[in-house]
Design a protein around this ligand. Structure first.
Ligand code: ADP
Ligand code: TRP
Length: 314
């Protein structure tokens, strides 16, 4: 019997070098499931524009994130990879959906409120950010959207925007469900806090041997107890508790040696991806994005045509 795969779509902000927290929290869970779906992976460069005003950096980050995903093993034959700004259907449906939702509704969004609370002067793009995201999803009739916990509310906003549209014009857009990926939980950084590029406590996913060494040697360890917990927590991402048990037993209290073992295990894990990444050219990335937007547009243009007819702009 033929059963169509469900459609999966997610978006990534191109926001700079990835760390192993991103890998185990987001990339790996995506890699594990994307082939079971009809998958779409979008680089959200218009979303990045809400916070990034450096054209060279935006261009570079966009290319880099495609390269990163290819290097960790994404197969562009099995998932449509494209850049949001290459398909203007996103901004068009985004505008239309903006006309469906109210200002007080958008004012309640966490992502907006958090930025305001931090004293960041919000631009209007940041304010309507969840609605552009709703358009990204609705254009492709996505069933599920794998995201981190922080995006849960954006998915609620997407459904609300789609619901408002459908109540006004008929059942045209499909509401999508979030799929909160069960990653490994929060990966700690070298200081024991959540690993995050904004805290400067990362182990870079494509780091050189020297960079890995430097990061691992800087892992904060307390002087009590036999086991350096911050070292162990990162080690556990690579090896099972059973595998680590004899290693930590044999090196009890020798934090420096345990760190060296972690460096070599990280190197073994990172080196093949780092090498693959170095072999991917800008041209290859461009080819992936060109083929991707062609496929993306085939789907989104059908949805947008229906929307335009429904609203009387055709
Ligand atoms: P950062 O905190 O470094 O800025 P992002 O916010 O860009 O990372 O996160 C990108 C993705 O990686 C998200 O899906 C997020 O849940 C995941 N992620 C980031 N840091 C961690 C971490 N320390 N542990 C697990 N997952 C993480
Ligand atoms: N807002 C998402 C994030 O910061 C990125 C994103 C843009 C997205 N469009 C999307 C995620 C559509 C899922 C679906 O992570």
């Amino acid at each position: 019997m033929f059963t169509a795969k469900k459609r999966l779509l997610t978006g990534l902000q191109p926001s700079g070098a990835l760390h192993i927290g991103n890998y185990f929290g987001a990339l790996k869970p995506f890699l594990d499931i994307y082939e079971d779906f009809d998958s779409f992976l979008m680089i959200a460069d218009y979303h990045a524009l809400t916070t990034l005003r450096d054209p060279e950096l935006l261009r570079k980050n966009t290319i880099d994130i495609v390269r990163d995903y290819l290097a960790v093993g994404i197969d562009p034959e099995k998932v449509v990879v494209w850049r949001q700004s290459d398909n203007q259907d996103h901004t068009e449906l985004g505008w239309i959906l903006n006309c469906m939702v109210t200002v007080p509704f958008l004012m309640q969004a966490h992502s907006y409120k958090d930025k305001v609370a931090k004293g960041i002067e919000p631009n209007a793009g940041l304010f309507t950010y969840p609605i552009l995201q709703a358009a990204d999803i609705a254009l492709y009739n996505a069933d599920v959207v794998p995201v981190g916990e922080d995006q849960r509310q954006h998915l609620e906003y997407s459904r609300e925007a789609v619901g408002k549209f459908n109540r006004a014009y008929g059942e045209i857009l499909k509401p999508a469900a979030e799929m909160i990926l069960a990653g490994v939980g929060v990966v700690p950084g070298t200081d024991g806090q959540k690993m995050s590029k904004s805290y400067g406590n990362t182990i870079p996913l494509f780091g050189t041997t020297k960079e890995i060494e430097k990061a691992v040697m800087s892992i904060v360890t307390d002087s009590t107890g036999d086991r350096p917990e911050n070292v162990y927590a990162i080690h556990r991402l690579l090896k099972s508790a059973e595998e680590l048990e004899p290693i930590y037993e044999a090196n009890k209290g020798r934090y420096g040696d345990l760190k060296k073992i972690l460096v070599s295990d990280l190197e073994e894990f990172i080196a093949p991806m780092r090498e693959r990444r170095a072999s991917i050219t800008d041209d290859e990335v461009a080819e992936v994005l060109t083929a991707g937007v062609r496929k993306a547009k085939e789907v989104s243009s059908v949805t947008l045509d229906r929307v335009r007819k429904a609203i009387g702009i055709d």
